[in-house]
Design a protein around this ligand. Structure first.
Ligand SMILES: [Mg+2]
Length: 365
């Protein structure tokens, strides 16, 4: 059993509306889809959604990295994932979002080869995953209106983007809690937008609005700042931009209460499981998050979250924020704020929109 061919497809997917977070706004997601074809008829799909701001990667760097990785995987066994990841790491350092595309496709093949949905064979802890929906930055009043819309659609958890201006951020949270009601989970994400002093002040002032946790209050590299915020915050602190790899998780785990795992930061499902295990050993729950993935990358995150006990929270909503739908059949749907799975094997993606996918930019065989 071997990998026969790898195809690489850059895709551009439009957001429904400009999506703004503390460092800037996006109107499109620029992703790279990978198709791995085996010599026994099974085909796996993977996706990279690089974030230059977070890992320094772009569609260009992903394609360059895959150009070094893909030829070395031809002929390798797709089920020797540990070994295939080692090959990727020896072909090129870093480039986690590029590696995630291959890793996800290998896991899709794993599920399809044993004819089971991926979450069942990765651990199978849960059968469905509650996800939040993200409210991008707008005026506090507009965000409160967006919160009402989300709740009407059935979402039970809201992730609120903050980190622009402390006074306005407090107002955002106040109005959103008022609009959403008491029964909705609210978590916030400052995307590195505050200083430690601002973070401590805001977090203490919004405690009364019942906030589950606060993501990345201060700049990624400010380890001491993170620790200081954790020690002085009544709300648990979650690392996102500060933790990419399992090594980061080990180094940072004392500085935070929780970790946001993203397949695009850590290189895929294989490494994500390691981060979840390190955090679990330290008593820290994890969330699975996303960048701008379509249904392919989101399905990978959802299967992982269902499989692994310590991935207790999910922020898997980027496919919902995108207007363009890459998967026309299959994948994980959202019902009542919950990602549900089909019985389809692997990631469960059935058909892709050929027009959005286009022709492969590269074919390795
Ligand atoms: Mg975040």
């Amino acid at each position: 059993m071997g990998i026969q061919q790898i195809e690489v497809y850059p895709v551009t997917l439009a957001y429904r509306e400009p999506f703004r977070i503390a460092p800037g706004a996006s109107i499109e997601s620029h992703n790279v889809v990978v198709k791995i074809i085996t010599d026994y008829g099974v085909v796996g799909w993977g996706e990279s959604s690089p974030s230059e701001r977070v890992t320094g990667e772009t569609v260009g760097t992903v394609i360059k990295a895959l150009d070094k990785i893909a030829p070395r995987l031809i002929g390798m066994c797709p089920l020797r994932i540990e070994h295939d990841v080692e090959i990727m790491d020896s072909a090129v350092a870093g480039n986690p979002a590029a590696k995630a595309a291959i890793d996800i496709a290998l896991h899709d093949i794993f599920g399809k080869t044993v004819r089971k949905p991926l979450f069942r064979i990765l651990g199978g802890y849960r059968t469905e995953v509650l996800t939040d929906i993200t409210l991008g930055i707008k005026s506090p009043k507009e965000m409160a209106r967006d919160a009402v819309k989300a709740v009407k659609k059935g979402f039970k958890a809201l992730k609120v983007k903050v980190g622009v201006n402390p006074t306005e951020d407090i107002e955002r949270i106040r109005l959103i809690r008022e609009a959403a009601g008491e029964n909705i989970q609210i978590r916030i994400d400052a995307n590195q937008g505050w200083t430690p002093k601002q973070a401590i002040e805001v977090l203490n002032k919004i405690e009364k609005f019942n906030i589950q946790f606060a993501e990345q209050p201060v700049p990624a590299e400010d380890l001491n700042g993170l620790k200081e915020v954790k020690q002085n915050s009544p709300i648990p602190i979650m690392a996102d931009e500060s933790v990419h790899s399992p090594e980061d998780a080990l180094r940072l785990i004392e500085a935070v209460d929780m970790i946001n795992i993203k397949l695009m930061k850590c290189g895929g499902i294989h490494n994500a499981k390691k981060i979840a295990a390190i955090a679990e050993a330290a008593g820290a729950p994890c969330m699975i998050g996303c960048m701008g993935e379509s249904e392919i990358g989101i399905a990978a995150g959802a299967h992982l979250a269902a499989a692994v006990k310590n991935i207790q929270y999910a922020d898997l909503d980027s496919d919902l924020l995108l207007k363009d739908k890459l998967a026309t059949k299959g994948g994980t749907k959202v019902q009542n704020s919950t990602r549900i799975f089909t019985k389809n094997p692997g990631l469960g993606i059935k058909t892709l929109n050929e027009k959005l996918l286009g022709k492969p930019k590269k074919i390795y065989k």
